[in-house]
Write a protein that binds this ligand. Structure first.
Ligand code: P53
Length: 481
């Protein structure tokens, strides 16, 4: 075996975005209404609301995004200037199948992505494409109840087949569902909607519904893996989970077992996608509930036979848990309510723990469990930026965050020998936050002049981190200062 001296020669440095958070043009080119189009703006204090269809007089930040739909040539030019080797974005399902249940696609939508991918390839930037990133057709929610319905598998595969065939000579790296495991937090309506198109009904057993919907998505994902390989042998299809290591708050065994149980509840999705089977604890748990889930023998065969080629994941933070007396033995995951403070870690302005070593921990943990190449497809710091009178943006906090994470990622590669395909920091150009709908929660190397109520010239500016990242890429991760 060759030892890893540094990042691979073909390491995919780049950046990541998602269609609904930057394209805008929500009604252009025949696009249908997506779930992102019915989400209002919010903040850390006030949650984004899901409205009943698009309501007049309400501000929906994703409708205009940062107008990437019209400005992508300018934006890709800037990314090429940074030296991007790849660019992760998603296809808006609603540009291809506006209602999701049509049999033939919308040619204008397909043409848009032809042009976008051609523009990437012009600069030798490899497109890395997510099929479903929080933006399924809203019609599939109202008409079928989202992923509650098995019918969604066929609708999704029809969409997947259309784009795999159309872009087979332009796109090699794909992912099926973005952060499919966010819905493990089924106490919060937002992840249920964005992951699975679920709108909670008053007396519904939402935990059961989540497990059923996630199962259909996992089957759809496995079938997409199969289809992709049939269409083009060279395709690489990844899963995409939000990786947040769960630490015990103390060395008390009850804290340790709780951390393990909560970790299981968040990561079983990856067990299915990468190992091809449901973990034992979950089979046991589901059987005990008498939920009578629709999980067939054929489904289980499809899952076993079509595991992913690589593990795509996001990493922003770690969490920590503390067991309460009387809570044992289930240690149910209760979303945000499960977490306890970690006194050893600083937090971002939005309260996310900053934990670079957690990335190395996560990579080792994933490597031990799944034995597949990894691709860090999101990482970054959401922060408020200030434009100086001379038009400069000094963002040393962002550079510090990314540098510390790249250092740990390098240890995971060089010391621990992990096979890492690439690194695409999130929101390489400022865009609408998924969690809060804000514009002021900025991640970019490129600043975009737009505020939380949709005002601003949309002008693009290079931040200090732009020039820093340029030299990181040029030196293949050697020059971090
Ligand atoms: P925002 C929650 C926790 C971790 C990652 O998030 C998350 C979320 C959902 O908000 O989402 C991913 O914009 C997601 C991106 C998102 C990014 O992380 O809330 O894949 O769409 O924008 C950052 O700060």
């Amino acid at each position: 075996m060759k030892e890893n001296a540094g990042f691979r020669d073909d390491f995919l440095w780049g950046g990541a975005v998602a269609a609904h958070q930057l394209e805008g043009a929500w009604r252009e080119g025949g696009k249908g209404v997506s779930i992102a189009d019915v989400m209002t703006a919010g903040s850390n204090e006030s949650k984004r609301q899901i409205t009943d269809g698009v309501q007049p007089g309400v501000y929906y930040p994703n409708h205009e995004g940062i107008d990437f739909y019209h400005r992508y040539p300018e934006d890709l030019k800037l990314m090429a200037e940074m030296g991007f080797k790849c660019f992760r974005t998603s296809i808006a399902w609603t540009r291809i199948f506006p209602n999701g249940d049509e049999t033939s696609p919308n040619e204008e939508g397909l043409k848009f992505y032809d042009q976008l991918f051609d523009e990437c390839l012009k600069y030798q930037i490899e497109p890395v494409i997510t099929l479903s990133h929080f933006e399924m057709p809203y019609n599939l929610v109202t008409k079928y109840g989202g992923w509650r319905s098995r019918k969604l598998i066929d609708f999704f595969l029809n969409y997947a087949q259309t784009v795999f065939e159309r872009y087979q000579n332009k796109v090699k790296y794909w992912m099926t569902f973005n952060e499919i495991n966010n819905q493990a937090n089924y106490y919060d309506p937002l992840p249920l909607l964005v992951d699975s198109g679920l709108i909670v009904q008053p007396d519904e057993n939402i935990e059961r519904t989540m497990y059923q919907a996630a199962h259909y998505e996992l089957v759809a994902s496995a079938k997409a893996v199969k289809l992709a390989h049939q269409i083009n042998d060279d395709f690489k299809i990844g899963s995409m989970v939000a990786v947040t290591p769960i630490y015990p708050q103390t060395s008390k065994p009850a804290d340790v077992i709780k951390a393990e149980k909560i970790s299981q509840a968040r990561y079983w999705f990856e067990d299915v996608q990468a190992n091809g089977e449901y973990p034992w604890w979950l089979k046991n748990y589901q059987a005990k509930q008498n939920w009578n889930l629709d999980i067939t023998k054929e489904d289980l065969e499809v899952l076993a036979e079509n595991t992913v080629d690589y593990l795509g994941f996001s990493y922003y933070k770690s969490r920590c848990v503390s067991a309460n007396p009387g809570e044992a033995p289930q240690y149910r995951y209760q979303g945000i309510k499960s977490f306890a403070p970690n006194q050893h870690l600083p937090k971002t302005e939005w309260g996310w723990e900053i934990d670079p070593e957690g990335l190395r921990i996560a990579m080792n943990w994933l490597a031990d469990r799944y034995h597949k190449p990894q691709f860090i497809v999101e990482n970054g710091l959401g922060a408020v930026d200030q434009v100086e009178p001379d038009g400069k943006i000094h963002d040393p906090y962002r550079i510090d965050y990314l540098k510390a994470h790249i250092e740990q990622m390098k240890l995971a590669v060089v010391e621990d020998g992990i096979d890492l395909l690439g690194y695409t920091p999130w929101g390489c150009i400022d865009l609408i936050s998924a969690g809060t709908g804000e514009m002021s929660k900025r991640y970019g190397f490129i600043y975009v002049d737009r505020d939380d109520v949709g005002k601003g010239s949309l002008k693009r500016l290079r931040k200090d981190s732009f020039f820093w990242y340029q030299q990181v890429i040029k030196s293949n991760g050697e020059k971090l200062d």
